[in-house]
Ligand binder design. Structure first.
Ligand code: CP3
Length: 372
């Protein structure tokens, strides 16, 4: 796959070009359901330390690929690296998830947030990407990612995982301009972070908007979608400008960056799917609450779709898993533009053997759907 013109199956599907079969990768494919991950994790108790050690992040990124014939690697990292780099003192508490010592409360807190150079403060992510890219030898493409501004902001304001998002919603209804300033700062940071990931070797980008679905339609458009739209536009502009610079003969003929597809994923997107598909992104992730035939009729030919098997299906027996995979493939139907995935991250107590069954089912049943 070293040929410059040879596009990977995942990239082709994201750009809605013909493929031989439906590509598959799994959200959270490197993680606790893998015994080999738990071995490393038992030695390094601090999850953030794993992210900040490029050799380990690279090794963990490759673990699922050594076990399964997946169509992509996703760099092992977290969406909270940005607020950690802002100095909010991120910690992961055993059994409780992320926690910030210094959450954002006031306008002053927002104004004090530093401007980040991703090659300095987040250099460990870029080093992990460069290392992984070398190790992959172009076998599969590498996915880089960030959280959406809204989703990162929920953690920065709530300080931890939240049930009702009362702190950030209080800010949203009482001091919307403070929240907009925070979201604007996050957007600018995310553009430079994702651009740096592409320069380091990421070939596909995904933005996780895990909590956009807790907003009303109008608030979703204002506080989540509009910022993702701006990120997509600015990134595409920046990456095209990089390519134009490389195309100038006197610049020494550096490496041209191929089109980098951008996937946007809002969990529980509901009524807002059409709007999400009109942001200029290449693909949207769909969770299992919306069947792909309905999703496809809403987005038409604008974007590719990624998803959407219920992660709980992996608790079932092989026969149930195979039938559920076939249903997802059938619901998408014929033609290009489908990337198989779970509707959200894989659960930590799933048996890896079940994952193998799902992947095999996608590979064997999907060929009949990949032509019109
Ligand atoms: O998909 C992958 O394999 C790449 C790695 C990845 C992680 N986090 C590793 C991780 C990605 C893409 C993320 C994104 C992320 N992080 C999101 C968006 C995810 C989505 O699906 O919508 C969110 C909300 C976070 C924040 C976060 N990180 C939480 C809430 C937690 C704790 C949850 C838990 O299950 O304990 C984390 C920790 C985390 N990030 C783990 C992994 C593998 C578990 C760490 C461990 O205990 O070993």
């Amino acid at each position: 796959m070293a040929n410059m013109l040879n596009e990977h199956r995942l990239v082709r599907a994201l750009l809605r070009k013909p493929v031989d079969r439906t590509p598959i990768w799994i959200m959270r494919q490197a993680g606790r359901y893998l015994p080999e991950y738990r071995v490393i994790r038992s030695k390094v108790k601090d999850f953030l330390k794993l992210c900040k050690t490029p050799e380990l992040a690279c090794q963990i990124t490759l673990q699922p690929l050594e076990r399964f014939p997946l169509d992509a690697a996703i760099i092992f990292s977290d969406i909270l690296t940005i607020p950690d780099a802002f100095g909010l003192e991120l910690a992961f508490l055993e059994g409780e998830g992320p926690y910030f010592q210094r959450p954002i409360c006031t306008l002053e807190d927002v104004e004090k947030l530093p401007t980040i150079d991703p090659e300095i403060e987040l250099r460990y992510v870029m080093d992990a990407i460069r290392m992984t890219k070398r190790a992959l030898k172009d076998r599969v493409p590498l996915i880089g990612f960030a959280g959406s501004p809204w989703t990162i902001a929920t953690y920065m304001v709530e300080g931890k995982i939240s049930k009702n998002f009362t702190k950030i919603k209080k800010l949203m209804v009482s001091e919307p301009m403070i929240l907009h300033r925070l979201l604007t700062h996050l957007s600018t940071t995310i553009v430079s972070y994702l651009k740096a990931q592409v320069m380091a070797g990421a070939e596909v980008l995904m933005i996780f908007d895990t909590w956009g679905g807790v907003l009303s339609c109008a608030d979703y458009l204002d506080f989540s979608l509009s910022y993702m739209q701006e990120i997509v536009a600015n990134l595409n502009f920046e990456l095209e400008r990089e390519n134009a610079a490389f195309a100038v003969p006197s610049s020494g003929g550096g490496q041209v960056i191929k089109k980098v597809p951008i996937i946007l994923f809002t969990k529980n997107v509901g009524q807002n799917l059409e709007a999400l598909s009109e942001t200029g992104c290449d693909a949207v992730g769909i969770d299992w609450t919306l069947p792909l035939d309905k999703a496809r009729s809403l987005v038409g030919h604008k974007v590719a779709l990624q998803g959407n098997l219920d992660p709980a299906v992996l608790y079932a027996d092989p026969d149930f898993i195979q039938r559920s995979v076939q249903l997802v493939l059938r619901q998408f139907g014929k033609g290009s533009g489908h990337v198989f995935n779970l509707g959200h991250g894989i659960y930590p107590d799933v048996e890896p053997e079940k994952v193998a069954i799902m992947i095999e089912a996608v590979q064997s049943f999907s060929t009949r759907y990949t032509y019109e």
